[in-house]
Design a protein around this ligand. Structure first.
Ligand SMILES: Cc1cc2nc3c(=O)[nH]c(=O)nc-3n(C[C@H](O)[C@H](O)[C@H](O)COP(=O)(O)OP(=O)(O)OC[C@H]3O[C@@H](n4cnc5c(N)ncnc54)[C@H](O)[C@@H]3O)c2cc1C
Length: 463
């Protein structure tokens, strides 16, 4: 079998990006992928299909609720669910096909099948053993459930099942108010389902600042989602066509039940390293079942690296991609680097919610002296023009003495794109004043970022 400089296991955002960078750096590269298409969780059953459905249902929501007010009269579109799923599948196909094209362009071999590592330097796929000077494990993650809840992908579905339901449920219970639960819950609420989100914690999206969580939840409630917070789901019973969710309020009292046509289990994901043979190789794992790595993504076995969802850190496609590029540079003898302090997180609801860096709550809990600048989108002309000014804001958290930006959160139109201005600012160690002194085009949503930066100093103009 062929000898490679690098064999990468898994063609998700971590693996495929790493392969392209390896090839660009002159390394002979192959990727082993067991799925029928490239792109991993993200392109096949994650980021991309969810955003296709979010886009289509957002347009439906606009037509139903906001068109008439803008003078666009007429019947709202009816939903052809089968066609919407076809649209989603076409979007997946365009993207996964695009990666195949990039592999050919960069002369990367796709070894089809499931890999194991019989020894350092060897990758087994079916009956073939391939040799590689370096192996990068990018085997990703899979949905995780909670005790008492068994996913059957029919009545009780993971995100994967929720992306291809045979019909739109009348009643959906979402277990977990994290990013995936809120995005897919929004999709079905916009399609007319009665969506109830049950969450163990007292706030949505754990890890965000409390004011962001509160505003976000309020906005989603206005859109028709219901929330049961502080409730521990104890089990889901299913009959032929219905499910019953039992939960115990944390505050005490009797256990309660909710009926549903479909239950979406969105309680997180777990790292996936099945079948690789890591035990036998002696690769050290973390307590949470992730592959342990050092600061250069090297595992405890020489020549074997790991990146993406299968290692520590936020389970995000762009985090996996950055690690993919960086590990390629390390293998090529260069200096790969990922700044874990500046990895944005985005919820692609309407409005979007985007965060980066540290939160005000966490910094204050550490005893740091910080100041915040907040600007409501109600003061932003562009957001008003598109009917997305209500409830959202930009918040910048800066060091009280140096004015250096430490974190930011945006709830508003295109927040997922706007956050990058603040990511770049943070990468360059900018102060809030640096952003405030930067001319921003009018009328843009980004003016709200500048106003929030001004709010860290002498004050914003439009509030
Ligand atoms: C519904 C949903 C929505 C999401 N939305 C977003 C989003 O908007 N933005 C964002 O940043 N992240 C999002 N994510 C998370 C994102 O998909 C993951 O963080 C990302 O895919 C991780 O990339 P990865 O390369 O580490 O692994 P994965 O994408 O999981 O890819 C791993 C690949 O390895 C393959 N593999 C595993 N073991 C083997 C083996 N032994 N042999 C061969 N192949 C193997 C698998 O088949 C898989 O294709 C979402 C996830 C879900 C489920």
């Amino acid at each position: 079998m062929a000898n490679y400089d690098v064999i990468i296991i898994g063609a998700g955002p971590g693996g495929y990006v790493s392969a392209i960078r390896c090839a660009q750096l002159g390394l002979k590269t192959a990727v082993v992928e067991g799925r029928d298409t490239l792109g991993g969780t993200c392109l096949n059953v994650g980021c991309i299909p969810s955003k296709a459905l979010l886009h289509a249902t957002h347009l439906l929501h606009e037509a139903e609720h906001n068109f008439a007010g803008m003078g666009l009269k007429g019947k709202s579109p009816s939903v052809d669910w089968k066609q919407m799923l076809t649209y989603k599948d076409e979007v997946i196909g365009q993207n996964t096909g695009g990666i195949e094209f990039l592999f050919k362009k960069n002369k990367i071999d796709w070894i089809k099948g499931w890999a194991s590592i019989p020894a350092a330097g060897k990758v087994q796929v079916g009956d073939d053993t391939h040799e590689a000077k370096n192996i990068v494990i990018a085997s990703g993650s899979v949905p995780a459930s909670i005790p008492g809840v068994e996913i059957d992908e029919k009545l009780v579905v993971s995100s994967t099942g929720a992306l291809e339901l045979p019909k739109i449920p009348k009643k959906m219970v979402v277990i977990g108010a994290g990013v995936i639960g809120l995005e897919l819950g929004s999709v079905y609420a916009r399609l007319g389902a009665e969506v109830t989100v049950v969450e163990y914690m007292d706030a949505v999206c754990p890890g965000m600042d409390k004011d962001v969580q509160r505003s976000f939840k309020r906005i989603l409630e206005k859109q028709g989602l219901s929330f049961i917070m502080g409730a521990a789901v104890q089990g889901v019973e299913t009959s032929k066509t219905k499910a019953k969710v039992t939960y115990q309020p944390k505050a005490g009292g009797e256990a309660e039940t909710l009926d549903a046509d479909v239950v979406l289990v969105a309680t997180g994901r777990k790292p996936y390293a099945e079948g690789l043979g890591l035990d036998a190789l002696g690769v050290k794992m973390t307590e949470r079942g992730q592959i342990g790595t050092d600061a250069h993504w090297a595992t405890s076995v020489k020549g074997i690296y790991a990146i993406g969802d299968v290692i520590e850190g936020p389970m995000l496609a762009h985090k996996a991609e950055d690690e993919g590029m960086a590990v390629a540079e390390v293998i090529a003898g260069k200096h790969g680097h990922v700044n874990y302090g500046v990895i944005p997180g985005v919820v692609y609801t309407t409005p979007e919610v985007a965060t980066v860096g540290q939160t005000e709550d966490a910094l204050k809990a550490e005893g740091r002296k910080v100041k915040t600048g907040k600007f409501m989108f109600m003061g932003n002309a562009r957001a008003k023009a598109v009917g997305q000014a209500e409830g959202g804001f930009v918040k910048i958290i800066a060091d009280a003495e140096t004015d250096r930006i430490l974190g930011a959160a945006i709830i508003g139109p295109s927040a997922g794109d706007m956050i990058h201005e603040l990511c770049v600012a943070m990468e360059f160690g900018a102060s809030a004043e640096d952003v405030a002194l930067t001319c921003h085009a009018h009328p843009t949503y980004s003016e709200a970022v500048r106003e929030a930066a001004l709010a860290c100093g002498d004050g914003p103009i439009h509030s």
